[in-house]
Design a protein around this ligand. Structure first.
Ligand SMILES: [Zn+2]
Length: 355
C-alpha cells in the first residue's frame, strides 16, 4: 500500500478507486481529506503542524530531505502550516501544499509570520523558509474530490487552475456577529455549500463569544467591523484607532489571523477613519449590493438583492436575522445557476476574488 499511496497521483487513484466502489459519496459527503505538505528541515529536528480552520489536524517531524507529508481526514477552513520549535540551526523549508487537486507554492503566499525579514521574525513574506516559529497561510479549503467543490479548481496562487465551475466570484458578507444566531447561519451556509464567506465582526462580540470565531473560520474569513459599532466619523483619530486596534486584538486572541479588511459601521468613513485603518494595515471595504436585511427585508427581497451580484461584487448581509438565514439556500442556488462562486475579499483591491 505504501507505493500505491505515495505521491499525489497515488492519492487521486485511491480516491478514484473509492468513488468507483460507491464509498465516495459517503466518505466525502461534506469535506474530504487529502492535504499534502512537501517540506524538509535544515537540521532534521524541525516540527510542523498542519492547521485547518484553526485546528491542528496533523503534525510531523521533518527530515533533511524533501518529503510529502499527507493528512487524509476531513477538514474545512483556512489552511496554515505552523513551525513550532525554532532554535539555533533549525529552519523549516515548506516547498508547497497540495489540496483540492492543486499545488499552492509557499513562495506565492503573502501570509508568512515565520519568515525572517527586515530584521525581525514575520518581517517578510512570499518565502519557503521559516526561520522563526510561525505560520504560512495557504488559503481556504472546503469540500474537495467529490466534484461538488466550490473552490476545487481555483486558487489565487495557482496558474494552472481551470476554473471550469466558476465564471466569477462574489463576496458574501455578514456583519455584526458573532451572536446567538451564528450557529444557525453557519449550518445553512454549510448545508448549501455557500462558502467561503466574510465575517465583519464586532470586536465586543468576539470578546464575549470567542469560541464562535473558530466556527466562523470553518466557513470563512474573519475581518474587522469596529469594537462597539459607533459612528466612527464622530470620533477622534485616537478613538477610531483604538476601536479598530482592539477589534484586531480580540480577533487574534480568538485564534484568527490578523484582519486585513475593515468595514466601517454604516459604511461611514472620513480621512481619520482611512488613516487609522491604514496605520493598522486594514483596507476599507463597504459593499456593492445592500440586502437591506437590517431594515426588515423579506427573505424574497434578500434573495432578489443577491440576484443582482456580478463578478467581483460584494453583498451586505447580517448575522442575526431569520430572514437572512432563510435566504441562504436560494442565494446559493441562484449564484450556482450563473456560475458565480463565493470568493474572498482581496485586501489589495477590495474586490471579490478566488478564495
Ligand atoms: Zn454593522
Amino acid at each position: 500500500m505504501k507505493s500505491f499511496l505515495s505521491g499525489n497521483g497515488g492519492i487521486l487513484r485511491l480516491i478514484a478507486f473509492l468513488c468507483a466502489t460507491s464509498l465516495c459519496a459517503e466518505a466525502y459527503a461534506q469535506t474530504s481529506g487529502g492535504i499534502t505538505v512537501r517540506a524538509r528541515g535544515v537540521s532534521g529536528s524541525e516540527h510542523i503542524n498542519l492547521k485547518v480552520g484553526g485546528v491542528t489536524v496533523a503534525n510531523w517531524t521533518l527530515t533533511t530531505s524533501l518529503k510529502d507529508y499527507t493528512y487524509t481526514g476531513t477538514a474545512a477552513g483556512d489552511i496554515q502550516v505552523q513551525y513550532d520549535n525554532d532554535a539555533t540551526g533549525r529552519d523549516a523549508i515548506i516547498d508547497y501544499i497540495f489540496v483540492n487537486k492543486e499545488t499552492r507554492q509557499a513562495e506565492n503566499m503573502s501570509y508568512n509570520t515565520g519568515v525572517y525579514g527586515n530584521g525581525r521574525c514575520g518581517g517578510g513574506s512570499y518565502s519557503e523558509t521559516m526561520s522563526c516559529s510561525g505560520v504560512i497561510g495557504f488559503g481556504y479549503t472546503y469540500d474537495c474530490f467529490s466534484g461538488n467543490c466550490n473552490s476545487s479548481s481555483t486558487s489565487s496562487s495557482s496558474s494552472s487552475s481551470s476554473g471550469t465551475r466558476c465564471s466569477g466570484y462574489v463576496g458574501i458578507t455578514f456583519d455584526d456577529g458573532p451572536s446567538s444566531n451564528t450557529n444557525t447561519l453557519i449550518n445553512q451556509l454549510k448545508a448549501n455549500s455557500l462558502v467561503p464567506v466574510t465575517w465583519f465582526n464586532k470586536g465586543q462580540n468576539v470578546a464575549n463569544n470567542g469560541s464562535l470565531v473558530a466556527l466562523e473560520r470553518s466557513v470563512g474569513i474573519v475581518q474587522n467591523h469596529s469594537y462597539t459599532h459607533p459612528h466612527l466619523t464622530s470620533l477622534s483619530y485616537q478613538q477610531i484607532y483604538n476601536e479598530l486596534n482592539q477589534t484586531n486584538q480580540a480577533i487574534q486572541n480568538a485564534g484568527s489571523p490578523k484582519p486585513s479588511v475593515l468595514r466601517p459601521p454604516y459604511g461611514e468613513s472620513n480621512a481619520n477613519v482611512q488613516q487609522a485603518a491604514q496605520a493598522l494595515g486594514l483596507r476599507l471595504v463597504t459593499w456593492d449590493i445592500d440586502s437591506k436585511d437590517w431594515n426588515g427585508a423579506s427573505t424574497a427581497a434578500i434573495v432578489s438583492a443577491a440576484g443582482q451580484l456580478q463578478n467581483g461584487q460584494i453583498i451586505l448581509m447580517h448575522d442575526g436575522y431569520a430572514n437572512t438565514n432563510n435566504a441562504i439556500a436560494q442565494i446559493a442556488a441562484s449564484l450556482k445557476s450563473k456560475g458565480l462562486c463565493p470568493g474572498k475579499i482581496d485586501p489589495s483591491t477590495g474586490r471579490a476574488v478566488a478564495p
